[in-house]
Design a protein around this ligand. Sequence first.
Ligand SMILES: NC(=O)C1=CN([C@@H]2O[C@H](COP(=O)(O)OP(=O)(O)OC[C@H]3O[C@@H](n4cnc5c(N)ncnc54)[C@H](O)[C@@H]3O)[C@@H](O)[C@H]2O)C=CC1
Ligand SMILES: Nc1nc(=O)c2c([nH]1)NC[C@@H]1CN(c3ccc(C(=O)N[C@@H](CCC(=O)O)C(=O)O)cc3)CN21
Length: 297
Amino acid sequence: MRIAELLQRREPFLSLEFFPPKDRAQWPGFFDVVRELKVLAPVFCSVTYGAGGSTRHNTLEIAARLKQEYMLEPLLHLTCVGAHRTGLSSFLEDVADSGCENILALRGDPPRGETTFIPDSEDFRHGCDLVHFIRDGFPRFCVGVAGYPEKHPEAPSMERDIAWLRHKVQCGADFVITQLFFDNNAYFRFVDQARSAGVTVPIIPGVLPVRNLAALKRMLGFCGASVPEGYMRDLEHVQHVYGDSGVRGLGLGFAKAQIRDLLDRGAPGVHLYTLNRADTCLEIWKDSTVRDTHSDC
Ligand SMILES: NC(=O)C1=CN([C@@H]2O[C@H](COP(=O)(O)OP(=O)(O)OC[C@H]3O[C@@H](n4cnc5c(N)ncnc54)[C@H](O)[C@@H]3O)[C@@H](O)[C@H]2O)C=CC1
Ligand SMILES: Nc1nc(=O)c2c([nH]1)NC[C@@H]1CN(c3ccc(C(=O)N[C@@H](CCC(=O)O)C(=O)O)cc3)CN21
């Protein structure tokens, strides 16, 4: 079912993000995690896309299994990396044949260690080009795009970035998922700015329960998100005193409070970056209002 329609039915909702494990030997363990997280009744589950196009088919295979075997609604990430018109058309036909109908249209990250994104094709330089291509050839698909509460790192200003977001929506995007952030004020400011600019589609906040400090710092280096000073100080402290388990405990508590505050202040739901881990997500769910016992998933 199209996510835009599902979002109208459920409030507040939870959605989950998974990445396809690199090695097929890890797939059974991955689907065990999916089975555990099914109790959260996610409104949809996104499946990320590996660089270079090499795992585009893994994304589809996992998404199709989520739909057919687990009755979960998949959202397939698709990026401009390695994108060409003919290859994309045949991929999107395969997506349609599998019964999936939701795509998150992203530009993609520069290769690891690089800071500039060099498009593989003049036709696909930005997220909007993918949105346009999908809308044109596959009008049945529901399309999501990314938004940046703290501005995309390459954008010259928040105003320009919001203008490009509006453009993606004018090209046909049905909803927005935000980049991770830790200061909810940044999210609500961003929503206000987007609404003032004429963006009316749902803007779903993306939340990362921090599990690993070194990985978080790597991520912050290229995604443009920031960590409030006090939280970073506490993360450094627990890392020093208790190691990774201390970071996981603090990250879990922070994410719970962040989600509660987002929902209290009117966010439509939350998109959780699961990092393919069941334990953290289940803990968050245990005492959270983000659930829907009437789910038909
Ligand atoms: N869940 C995930 O895995 C997420 C991944 N990302 C990643 O973030 C990166 C950026 O993706 P998108 O937001 O789709 O990129 P985008 O192409 O929409 O925007 C990238 C930059 O180009 C600017 N821009 C956008 N459209 C433009 C246009 N037509 N002409 C000139 N400048 C334009 C934007 O202001 C921004 O600075 C990707 O690497 C994506 O994979 C972002 C959020 C979540
Ligand atoms: N530009 C961009 N690219 C992305 O790939 C991306 C985003 N933004 N934003 C949202 C999500 C968040 N992503 C993340 C966030 C954290 C880890 C991370 O902490 N990884 C740990 C594993 C932690 C664990 O499983 O315990 C690592 O060691 O890599 C990985 C990907 C990937 N996503």
